[in-house]
Ligand binder design. Sequence first.
Ligand code: TMP
Ligand code: ASP
Length: 236
Amino acid sequence: MEKRELLYSGKAKSVYTTDDPDFMVLEFRNDTSAFDGKKVEKLDRKGLVNNKFNAFIMSKLADAGIPTHFEQLLSDTESLVKRLDMIPLECVVRNVAAGSLCRRLGVEEGLALDPATFELFLKNDDLGDPMVNEYHARSFGWAEDVHIARMKELTFAVNKVLKELFEAGGLTLVDYKLEFGLFRGEVILGDEFSPDGCRLWDSETGEKLDKDRFRQGLGGVVEGYEEVARRIGMSL
Ligand code: TMP
Ligand code: ASP
């Protein structure tokens, strides 16, 4: 597979075309951003750690029957993926209250949510990724009902697999964000799964080991990600 030209550069990843129109190369950069791009820093090794973390998780999800765009690792910071037609929505599942849910609803961080809750956000930095509902998605043509139903089903299926995986490493999967796209009409998991897009707490101490370390200026961001990787049996 030959890497061709830069197609798109996001806040943390760049996307390249290949000689096959069905595939793209994702490059995980060291750039780290939060608050819709208002806080940006380069963190050593982050691209490598997230690339390998994502490959590990996507493979576990594929083993569990969840369709993903991930094909293979190409280098320390690059992966080959299927080229999806992205749906501009972010699917969030929350097992424990944190982040924007606490600010919006005035609940305390750490409140267990049983059953887990589901939210949709519009992918739009200029608007601050506003929360939207399924009727908005339909009226504005962001996604069809059948696709939303499938995204929801897959997002909860991911929860079952990953809650257990992290629990075995002494970690609580607090919440996470997934993005989906269409490949030959089928809804497929795209983007990435890494500590940039989820919250993971030490189950005993509650220590934060995800991007909240960056958002809250706690330091040791990549070290936190590496600690998670070690605990789930990944080699870096
Ligand atoms: P929130 O508490 O800020 O709404 O985020 C919930 C989870 O989803 C958290 O793990 C961060 C992740 N997330 C992103 O990674 N990017 C986003 O644009 C949004 C809205 C959430
Ligand atoms: N909303 C996500 C975060 O806070 C991504 C972003 O802000 O750009 O990490």
